[in-house]
Design a binder for this molecule. Structure first.
Ligand code: IZC
Ligand code: ZN
Length: 412
């Protein structure tokens, strides 16, 4: 064995290789006085104290809580600039979609991303991933959608891959050329949709640098009919489908996610009862983003209804420069308990196994079980309630990613 974690006060993990829903979502495995062994970067032993186990390296967890590494299943990680210049507008009450209609918001970040060099985007992304890692995140989904032209969409996706291959944190790439209509096509949205489907999407598919295709289905962004058409083309090109659904207005995004067989639908703040039931029927995973509700001053998605109806719930940060400039998944976990009224064990599943399933990684990450990757968090806490009860400071002590230990920012 390469590494042995001993003296784990409490090990808490969901189990399995698929999303769990309904009453199952709270059923996590708890082992007191546990040990975890790592061999070849994978978990090789999980169980109670075993006096005869030994390894090249040992970590004494000193009675701490250990969970799987956190999986952030929804971010817009790679972008140029920030949007602090829009903060006064936001404080003055100008709505998110109004800022976008005025040519700001996403389009502001598109300009900044187009003019940023690949090297600078990599350097910035690396710093952001460092910060995520020390907050416990070991895998991150990253969406493009700040290029809205061929060159910059490819640039964002290539940066996502370079980050994943050079940084300890794993990245998973999603193509989101349907994030907004590019500014130069504001008078001719049909032409942008043609460019997207006939040029950008095939080029991204040819290069094989994105696994998923996502779309911002929203009033004055992409209608349900446009979304259906674009997602159909994406499925034909081999992408698995995701959708930003019912974030601000209830326009049938949840229903569409079910109709299109999306792997996940995200946001769902305004989703209808029928939409939620339709998602349950087709096993669409709900990726909920509580810091976005917080930051936009919007209602919170109806997570309890989703659990009751049998929808598997994941929780992510939505890290982006507009509606959620927060990359600390622990804050999303606090809000998921306090505002969604999910229990700590339901939320643990939401940020590990169900998040992994939402990015098609549940076979390899998302739980502490033999054969899965050795992605673990050792907390400055003795039990699960503690990490949800406290908020506002980083409660991670050590992160183990791919069998390597990271304390704060350095390798130990
Ligand atoms: O940059 O505003 N909602 N897309 C849809 C976002 C938020 C990201 C942004
Ligand atoms: Zn988003």
């Amino acid at each position: 064995m390469d590494l042995l974690l001993k003296n784990i006060g409490l090990l808490a993990t969901p189990t399995g290789t698929a999303a769990v829903s309904g009453a199952e979502q709270k059923n996590i495995k708890l082992i007191e006085n546990a040990m975890v062994g790592v061999k070849d970067r994978n978990i090789s032993y999980v169980g109670t104290f075993e006096p005869f186990l030994s390894a090249d390296n040992t970590i004494d967890c000193e009675g701490a809580l250990v969970t799987p590494g956190l999986v952030d299943a929804h971010t817009h990680l790679v972008f140029g600039g920030w949007r602090q210049n829009e903060f006064p507008l936001k404080l003055a009450g100008v709505p998110y979609l109004e800022i976008l209609r005025q040519g700001g918001g996403i389009l502001n970040t598109v300009n900044a991303t187009r003019s940023e060099s690949e090297d600078n985007l990599i350097a910035k992304g690396k710093n952001l991933l460092d910060e995520m890692l020390c907050h416990g995140t070991t895998t991150v989904e990253c969406k493009s959608g700040y290029g809205l032209n061929l060159e910059t969409e490819l640039k964002q996706l290539r940066v996502t891959h370079k980050l994943g291959s050079t940084h300890p944190v794993d990245t998973v790439a999603t193509f989101m050329g349907a994030h907004a209509v590019a500014g130069e096509y504001s008078d001719n949205r049909e032409a942008y949709i043609r460019l997207l489907c006939d040029e950008i999407m095939p080029a991204v598919a040819d290069e094989g640098i994105a696994e998923f295709c996502d779309i911002f289905c929203e009033l004055s962004v992409f209608s349900p009919d446009e979304s259906r058409m674009i997602l159909t083309r994406a499925a034909e090109s081999g992408f698995k489908l995701k959708i930003h659904a019912d974030e601000i207005n209830p326009i049938g995004g949840a229903e569409l996610s079910s109709e299109m067989g999306c792997i996940s639908a995200e946001h769902l703040i305004e989703s209808s009862d029928e939409g939620i039931r339709a998602m349950a029927e087709k096993n669409v995973i709900a990726v909920l983003l509580p810091t976005t509700s917080f930051y936009l001053g919007k209602p919170y998605a109806r997570a309890r209804t989703m659990v009751k109806e049998g929808v598997a719930v994941a929780v992510a940060t939505d890290f982006n420069p507009g509606s959620s400039p927060n990359l600390n998944l622990q804050l999303s976990m606090n809000l998921a308990c306090l505002n969604y009224r999910l229990t700590p064990s339901e939320v643990l599943t939401a940020v590990t196994l169900n998040a992994a399933a939402a990015i098609n990684r549940a076979e390899t990450i998302g739980s502490i079980e033999p054969g899965k990757k050795a992605d673990l968090v050792i907390w400055n806490a003795p039990d699960l309630d503690m990490i949800f009860y406290r908020f506002g400071s980083n409660q991670v002590k050590t992160v183990i990613k791919n069998g390597i230990c990271y304390q704060n920012k350095g390798e130990v």
